[in-house]
Design a protein around this ligand. Structure first.
Ligand code: COA
Length: 285
C-alpha cells in the first residue's frame, strides 16, 4: 500500500509535504499507543488514506480526481469510530506530539477546514506557528559561526558536541527534566547518521540539547530544543540551533521550525523569512 499511498498524498496534500513522510505518518510509532492506517478503494484504485493514533488524526487525504463522492467522509467517520472504540472522547487534527505532520491544519487550507466544520469539527484554541529559516547562503548559518559560538560558551565551561547514537543517558535526562514526547523525538533523531542531535554539557552534566529530523524525518524540521533552567541566558540555545541549521543546510535550502515558542529568539539567531499558521480542530465523539 505504501507506494500508492505516497503517490496519493503527493497529490492530495497541497500544503504539507506529506508524501515525504508517508511511512512515518501512516505506519510509524508515536510516543504511546499504536497507529491505524486506513485506505479507501474505488474498485482496485486507492482513492484516499488516513491514519489515526489515539486521539489524533495524523493524516487524511483523498485523491483530487476522486473527491466529492463520499470517500473523505467515509475515512473521517472511520477515524472517529476507531478513536471512539479505543476509548477516546475527543479527536484532534494532526498535532500528535512526537509524530505530527503539522501542529494543525494549515490555515490556508480553507476547503478542508470548512469541510471538517460541516462535519461537526470546531476550531479550538489559538493558532500555532511554524517559522521558516533560510539555511543556505545565510551568513548566520555557518560551521565557522558554530565554532565561534562554541568557543565563547566554552570559556564558561560548556562543551558543545554532536550527541552519539547510543547516548541513552541524554534521553533519561530529558525525560526527567522536560518529559512529554521529547525523549521519543530525540531517540528518533539519534537514529540518523550522523545523529540529528547536538548537546551542551558542563562538568559531565547535560545543560541543553537541540535536534532536527526527529519528527518528519527527511523534511529538515528543527526541534525539539531545551535548556535546563539554571543554564538559560548563556547562549547555549543559540549555538545548538545554529549547529542543527548547519546540518539541515546539507540537504535543504530552508529549515522549518515547528510549533515554535519564542519567535524573536529564532529571528535574532538566524532570521525568520516567513511564517506558517495552523488551526487545531477538534470533535467531541
Ligand atoms: C477534505 C477532503 C479529505 C475531502 O475529501 P472528499 O472525498 O472530497 O470528501 P467527501 O466526498 O466526503 O465530501 C466532499 C463533498 O462531496 C459531497 N459528497 C459526499 N458524498 C457524495 C456523493 N456520494 N456524491 C457526490 N458528492 C458527495 C459532500 O456533500 C461534500 O460536500 P460538503 O462538504 O459541501 O458537504 C479532500 O478534499 C482532501 O483530501 N483535501 C486535502 C487533504 C488535506 O489537506 N488534509 C489535511 C492534512 S492531512
Amino acid at each position: 500500500m505504501l507506494p500508492a499511498a505516497t503517490a496519493l498524498l503527493a497529490g492530495a496534500c497541497a500544503f504539507d509535504r506529506a508524501a515525504v513522510v508517508a511511512e512515518e505518518k501512516l505506519f510509524g510509532p508515536g510516543p504511546s499507543g499504536t497507529v491505524q492506517a486506513l485506505g479507501a478503494w474505488l474498485g482496485d484504485e486507492l482513492a484516499g488514506v488516513a491514519a489515526v493514533a489515539a486521539n489524533r488524526i495524523r493524516v487524511l487525504g483523498v485523491m483530487p480526481s476522486r473527491r466529492g463522492r463520499g470517500v473523505g467522509t467515509a475515512l473521517l467517520t472511520a477515524c472517529e469510530a476507531a478513536a471512539k472504540a479505543s476509548g477516546q472522547v475527543t479527536l484532534r487534527t494532526l498535532d500528535q506530539p512526537g509524530n505530527y505532520l503539522a501542529p494543525g491544519v494549515d490555515e490556508r487550507n480553507t476547503e478542508t477546514i470548512t469541510w471538517l466544520e460541516k462535519r461537526g469539527w470546531v476550531k479550538t484554541g489559538e493558532p500555532r506557528t511554524n517559522v521558516l529559516i533560510d539555511v543556505r547562503g545565510n551568513p548566520r548559518v555557518t560551521a565557522h559561526r558554530v565554532e565561534a559560538l562554541s568557543r565563547a560558551v566554552g570559556e564558561h565551561g560548556y562543551e558543545i558536541r554532536r550527541a552519539r547514537p547510543d547516548e541513552t543517558a541524554l534521553l533519561d535526562a530529558v525525560a526527567a527534566e522536560f518529559g512529554g514526547a521529547w525523549p521519543f523525538e530525540l531517540s528518533r533523531a539519534l537514529a540518523h547518521s550522523p545523529t540529528g542531535v547536538h548537546v551542551a554539557l558542563k562538568d559531565g552534566a547535560y545543560c541543553a540539547f537541540a535536534a532536527h529530523d526527529g519528527n518528519n524525518a527527511g523534511l529538515g524540521w528543527f526541534g525539539p530544543t531545551g535548556t535546563w533552567p539554571s543554564h538559560r541566558g548563556q547562549g547555549l540555545g543559540e549555538v545548538l540551533l545554529v549547529a542543527c541549521l548547519v546540518d539541515v543546510a546539507e540537504v535543504h535550502a530552508q529549515c522549518e521550525v515547528a510549533w515554535i515558542g519564542p519567535r524573536p529568539f529564532y529571528d535574532k539567531v538566524a532570521g525568520v523569512v516567513s511564517d506558517r499558521r495552523f488551526l487545531l480542530l477538534t470533535k467531541t465523539l
